[in-house]
Design a protein around this ligand. Structure first.
Ligand code: ZN
Ligand code: ZN
Length: 645
């Protein structure tokens, strides 16, 4: 059984195409492929996605990737907290669905997926981006995908040039629902000799305008009109009243079940410009006259441009103009209308079977995917009964998607659990909202605030049980209190490990230390000295006030990821080392080994006494070979500076 996950944003087109794909995929592959459609555009995110879409193309500098652009526009984006919400939602959805293929329609969703794939070496899936709006094209520049599906060759060419991260770009046509995607069986779109021209009017405008439009079109004598009112029963009655004697030239319909067939039996469609309706009309090979409104959205304007670019119809903005356009097209026995029809049929042929082809490709990708290599159940250290003393490997400094980490809590537990760790502390960043400043302000939404704490503790409580039952691993709920000032000497990161309940981040560091101890937790000074790997700013506040804080701090990090802080050793401070884990490759880093019972109190007590404590540089068979190349590069200037000092 293979799983396909379709992630929709807030737009109507997303749901439309998702449904069409799901139906076809399930029909084609029966029980071999399971399709799940998930909306990741709920609530605040929907408006945020809309905002992004509106800004894309206009606000973007030339050649800038979406990722870069989003970061540059950071303050606004994060102000709505849409981005952190989206990445969390995408992460949790993936965790649940564990799909082989993910289909998505919005570049921002692509970006959230990208983050997952780059850093989650344990679970791979293929990505299919479907570009439904030409207006959104620039947003797709930086989005990585195994397949990008676009409507036309022009868009494909543009993306092939501008997006080197797309493995394949296919101009496969716009995926309309299957009933529209079966080709043309009736040669209309120009009127047969001697027969009247049949105009289909899909009414979605206001009533008065609709009646006047029908009136104006009926003034053209060689024309028959079919008006479709949908569910507007009142409009239907009004039309019937207004045209009691249409000499058989007006048909009025309510809700039409077979709209594709209805469109195919006409020569021309008059309607408002909507992406879905226009794509459906084009798929049947019929021309359209689109009725523009004053305040048309970008996507409406885009679809209007499409019709004029293809030459498959015309635009009009009043009942009079609609009739005038039709009249012009019928001149000389309908030369203009035939030309529109020819262009529209060309487009229909180009995109014939688009939905089918796309569904087929997705099914192929799903079926071709092989089982992902599972990490072997490593039991590095196996020191007998938990109640007896043994060598315990612990990591008491890690982050999850609750703050700026990349893994969900559950994934983190599995990640460490499978590798046989004995204890793990999750220490997501907590800040006092009132104190958000400088660099941290840009992380808004990527840190916990006091309001998030109840959820955080609840989740940790659940995972704590699972970690023990499944892996015999102790999970400590923790927090990293970020007190960031404008300078290194004004900044401190303090870890609280094994907390029972939330702590107010607005308290002073001393008060926080006391509160952590009150709850029976450990206080740990995180990266307390100059860091050489330059991934973060130095935090020297606690070091500068060593004498003052010494009695309040249980251990000082002598190792943090790749960094070693010699002064901690020289000063004979109680020591500990941890990954400061944010993503899988951070597993290669300093860890702590304790000689004690595998029990929460024993582990904490071992750290407090700081006897039988040693540190080790952990290298895993998977992640051992990876270096922090990129991060080192970033830090080059700084390393050079330090070497000169
Ligand atoms: Zn930190
Ligand atoms: Zn940290």
């Amino acid at each position: 059984m293979k799983d396909v996950l379709i992630l929709t944003g807030g737009q109507e087109e997303h749901h439309y195409v998702a449904r069409a794909l799901r139906d076809l995929l399930e029909e084609e592959s029966g029980t071999e492929v399971r399709v799940e459609v998930r909306e990741v555009g709920q609530g605040g995110i929907e408006s945020w996605l809309g905002w992004i879409t509106a800004k894309m193309g206009r606000g973007k500098a030339k050649g800038e990737t979406f990722g870069k652009w989003i970061r540059r526009a950071g303050i606004d984006v994060l102000g709505s907290s849409g981005w952190p919400q989206l990445r969390r939602l995408v992460a949790l959805t993936l965790e649940e669905a564990r799909p082989e293929v993910v289909v998505f329609f919005h570049p921002a969703v692509g970006l959230a997926l990208q983050e997952r794939v780059q850093d989650r070496s344990e679970a791979g899936f293929q990505r299919v981006g479907v570009v439904l709006e030409a207006e959104e094209l620039p947003g797709w520049d930086g989005v990585t995908a195994d397949l990008l599906w676009v409507a036309d060759e022009g868009s494909a060419k543009e993306l092939r040039e501008k997006n080197p991260k797309a493995r394949e770009v296919v101009a496969g046509g716009w995926p309309v629902r299957p009933s529209f995607d079966t080709g043309d069986d009736e040669k209309r779109g120009g009127g047969k000799k001697g027969e009247p021209f049949r105009v289909l009017y899909l009414i979605n405008s206001r009533r008065r305008k609709a009646i006047r439009t029908v009136e104006k079109i009926l003034q053209i004598k060689e024309v028959e009109v079919t008006a479709v009112v949908g569910k507007e029963e009142e409009l239907r009655r009004d039309l019937q009243k207004a045209f009691s004697e249409p000499q058989g030239r007006l048909e009025i319909h309510g809700w039409v079940k077979n709209l594709a067939g209805m469109i195919r039996s006409h020569d021309l469609v008059v309607t408002k410009p909507g992406t879905i309706s226009v794509r459906e009309i084009l798929a049947t090979g019929r021309p359209a006259v689109l009725v523009q409104g004053g305040k048309d959205s970008d996507s409406r304007k885009g679809i209007c441009r499409l019709i004029t670019r293809l030459g498959a119809g015309a635009l009009a903005d009043s009942p009079g103009e609609i009739a005038a356009r039709i009249r012009q097209a019928l001149e000389g026995g309908g030369v203009g209308l035939r030309e529109w029809g020819r262009r529209s049929r060309q487009e229909a042929v180009r995109s014939l079977g688009a939905t089918d082809r796309l569904a087929h490709r997705i099914a192929q990708m799903a079926q071709a995917s092989t089982e992902i290599e599972r990490v072997p159940e490593l039991r590095l250290i196996h020191h007998g009964h938990p109640g007896k003393k043994g060598l315990r490997m612990v990591d008491l400094h890690t982050h999850t998607i609750f703050s700026d980490g990349r893994l969900t809590l559950r994934e983190l537990v599995d990640f460490y659990g499978r590798r046989g760790f004995d204890a793990l502390a999750v220490t997501d960043h907590l800040v006092d909202r009132r104190r958000l400043l400088g660099r941290l302000a840009n992380m808004s939404g990527l840190v916990l605030t006091a309001e998030d704490l109840p959820d955080y503790f609840r989740a940790l409580g659940e995972e704590r049980n699972r970690a023990w039952t499944k892996y015999r691993m102790i999970l400590f709920p923790g927090l990293e209190f970020n007190h960031d000032g404008l300078t290194a000497k004004g900044s401190a990161h303090l870890l609280g490990v094994d907390l029972q309940k939330p702590i107010d981040p607005a308290l002073s560091l001393k008060e926080i230390c006391l509160e952590i101890r009150e709850q029976g937790g450990l206080t740990i000074a995180a990266h307390p000295h100059h860091m050489s790997s330059a991934w973060g700013k130095d935090t020297l506040y606690l070091w500068e006030r060593q004498e003052e804080f010494r009695p309040l701090i249980d251990a000082w990090e002598i190792g943090n990821r790749d960094d070693l802080f010699n002064p901690v050793g020289l000063k004979k401070l109680p020591l500990i080392a941890g990954s400061d884990f944010h993503k899988p490759k951070h597993l290669t880093s300093w860890k702590t080994l304790l000689w004690c019972e595998k029990e929460p109190e024993a582990i904490k007590e071992c750290v407090r006494r700081n006897k039988d404590v040693s540190i080790t540089l952990y290298r895993d068979h998977r992640f051992g070979g990876e270096s922090e190349e990129r991060e080192e590069k970033k830090g080059d200037g700084r390393l050079a500076r330090q070497a000169n000092q």
